[in-house]
Design a protein around this ligand. Structure first.
Ligand SMILES: Nc1ncnc2c1ncn2[C@@H]1O[C@H](COP(=O)(O)OS(=O)(=O)O)[C@@H](OP(=O)(O)O)[C@H]1O
Length: 296
């Protein structure tokens, strides 16, 4: 297996060698003036579609958009209230990407954070910014996420000592199972949940193009939202979002499987996820597009 571009393989390396890591593993905005200069804060927050042109049609389009957006928002809030009333032990699994921030904010605004368990999986291969951001949102909204990780390693160092820092390179399927799928499935099982909230959407690409809102116990409340809708929501309500969006990452997962995506591609169909698993293959040789969490 050969990754598409050289990457640092450990979180420790990402944190300690900021200068050589600039291209592949950025550090937090503000800590790195070079990055901050190249990627102003609003890099990611200019969704296509806010330019309505001029004249009467533009006014009508804008009005229509505002109504559509406020419908989406009220449906979202209503759906969580209904879900909590009807389903036992709802769980929200979050990777803290843009859509997840919409969901978290909507749950918080509906006053339901004490009724919906928020689950975060630390794969031990995440960008350090992801864990920092988790703690930021916990503070911002006043809740505590349940953090899960692979079953036989209590810390990242344990994992490195036992399996090595490049474990994912040896067997990507095994890595996914151990570090992502099993911990997440364990969280769902322990909670005996009847409703698993997540942020998958139809515009993520062809695998999700026909995604329903309800899929067994899975609840995909943003199924019919676009990526632009998510950014419109985040901007409109001044919602905290992952700092690495501002340096060019449209989606976020593990360091080794996440690349920046040029802004002009973010809002095209499937564009958000185009920097995920770039050039990576499953063990059977097929192109990798999912980690397996939702194909199990
Ligand atoms: N680290 C972590 N912690 C908790 N939950 C997580 C995590 N990573 C992924 N997920 C959940 O899986 C959903 C799919 O994520 P991804 O599409 O990024 O997965 S992957 O690309 O196949 O790796 C993802 O959907 P979103 O809610 O859209 O992020 C989450 O529900």
């Amino acid at each position: 297996f050969v990754p598409a571009a050289p990457v640092l393989s450990t979180r420790a390396a990402a944190s300690s060698s900021a200068t050589s890591a600039v291209q592949h593993v950025p550090v937090r905005m503000g800590l790195n003036p070079e990055l901050a200069a190249n990627f102003p804060r609003d890099f990611a927050t200019i969704p296509k579609g806010t330019d309505y042109g001029e004249g009467k049609d533009a006014e009508m389009n804008k009005l229509f958009e505002e109504v559509r957006m406020s419908n989406l928002e009220s449906q979202l809030a209503d759906s969580f209230a209904k879900l909590v009333a009807e389903k036992k032990n709802p769980i929200f699994t979050t990777a803290l990407i843009a859509g997840d921030c919409v969901i978290l904010d909507a749950i918080a605004k509906a006053g339901l954070l004490d009724k919906i368990k928020v689950v975060f999986v630390d794969t031990y291969f995440l960008f350090p910014e992801s864990l920092d951001f988790l703690h930021e949102v916990e503070e911002h909204y006043g809740f505590k996420a349940s953090i899960y990780h692979c079953v036989d390693c209590e810390t990242q160092q344990d994992f490195y000592d036992k399996y090595g820092e490049d474990y994912w390179m040896e067997d990507i399927d095994q890595y996914d199972k151990k570090c992502k799928v099993e911990p997440l499935m364990r969280a769902l099982k322990e909670a005996e949940t009847e409703a698993w909230i997540n942020g998958r959407r139809r515009d993520h690409g062809f695998e999700r193009a026909a995604l329903p809102v309800w899929e067994g116990t899975k609840f995909n409340p943003l199924s019919f939202w676009s990526f632009e809708d998510c950014w419109t929501y985040l901007r409109k309500h001044n919602v905290p979002y992952h700092p690495l969006h501002d340096v060019g990452f449209s989606s976020l997962g593990d360091m080794q499987s996440t690349r920046k995506v040029p802004l002009e591609n973010w809002f095209s169909y499937g564009g958000e996820r185009s920097g995920r698993f770039e050039g990576m293959k499953n063990k059977d040789g097929s192109e990798k597009t999912e980690c397996g969490i939702h194909s199990k």
